[in-house]
Design a protein around this ligand. Structure first.
Ligand code: SF4
Length: 249
């Protein structure tokens, strides 16, 4: 379809206050939401704050909520909306707003710094590290993470519960723990830390995080549930039991 004028509502404001502003803005064939945001910046809202970088779904910068759903703006095509549909763009709700569509995501970097680092076993006598490909394949899925924080944004444990942030690291860091736990060379046991410091028990496997991941990572099925199963011998957790039952049937 050709060009048309779309109605966009964009949240404008800062940490103290803000509101949705309505714009009528031209849209061309093949464009994504980020193109339209850039056009607004270029024509009607020169001071609109937005984070972006690669425009190819690989840097994880242009995360926002489009019609209330956590999305990368560069991967959200305009042809998924009707021409007469109002497109509402708001900042990630789980993190404090700095200005307009830019949020303060430092919570994530604080949690990242707390993850016990990768610690490989000693090299073989000939100086090599040897791994079976089959053992590498499982953690490899989690390496696709671009740290867009959409899973962190959607997770109900912290989305409307600031008070849970201290005790809960969020899905991105639970799969980081799972990745290290599955790594064939790593020797650190992070199971107690997963439960006690990173709040694994707060996750009740609603799978919302897997639904929003732009990399298609199966956070719950392949990362968080296996991690829960690994800690279950340390501590009885009925949700893990339920999760494994659901998966088997
Ligand atoms: Fe984004 Fe997926 Fe990584 Fe979560 S797991 S930060 S949704 S790429």
């Amino acid at each position: 379809r050709g060009g048309y004028d779309a109605t966009f509502r964009v949240w404008r404001g800062d940490a103290s206050s803000g509101e949705l502003q309505t714009f009528t803005v031209p849209v061309n064939e093949g464009e994504v939401v980020l193109d339209v945001i850039h056009r607004l910046q270029a024509t009607q809202a020169g001071d609109l704050a937005v984070r972006w970088n690669c425009k190819a779904g690989k840097c994880g910068s242009c995360s926002a909520e489009v019609n209330g759903r956590p999305r990368l703006m560069c991967l959200t095509r305009m042809n998924t909306f009707a021409e007469d549909e109002t497109v509402t763009v708001t900042p990630l709700r789980t993190f404090p707003v700095i200005r307009d569509l830019v949020t303060d995501v430092s919570y994530n970097y604080e949690k990242a710094a707390q993850v016990p680092a990768f610690t490989p076993r000693p090299r073989d006598p000939d100086g090599n590290h040897r791994m079976q490909q089959v053992d590498v394949d499982r953690p490899q899925e989690f390496r696709k993470c671009i740290e867009c924080w959409l899973c962190q944004d959607t997770c109900h444990v912290i989305r409307d519960h600031e008070e849970n942030k201290a005790a809960f690291a969020g899905p991105r860091f639970l799969i980081r723990l799972a990745e290290l736990d599955m790594h064939p060379l790593d020797v650190v046991d992070r199971r107690d830390a997963a439960q006690q410091e990173f709040g694994l028990g707060y996750c009740n496997i609603t799978k919302c995080c897997s639904e929003v991941c732009p990399e298609g990572i199966h956070l719950t099925d392949n990362g968080i549930i296996p991690l829960k199963e690994r800690v279950v011998d340390r501590r009885y957790d009925p949700l893990t039991w339920l999760g494994s039952k659901i998966r088997r049937h």
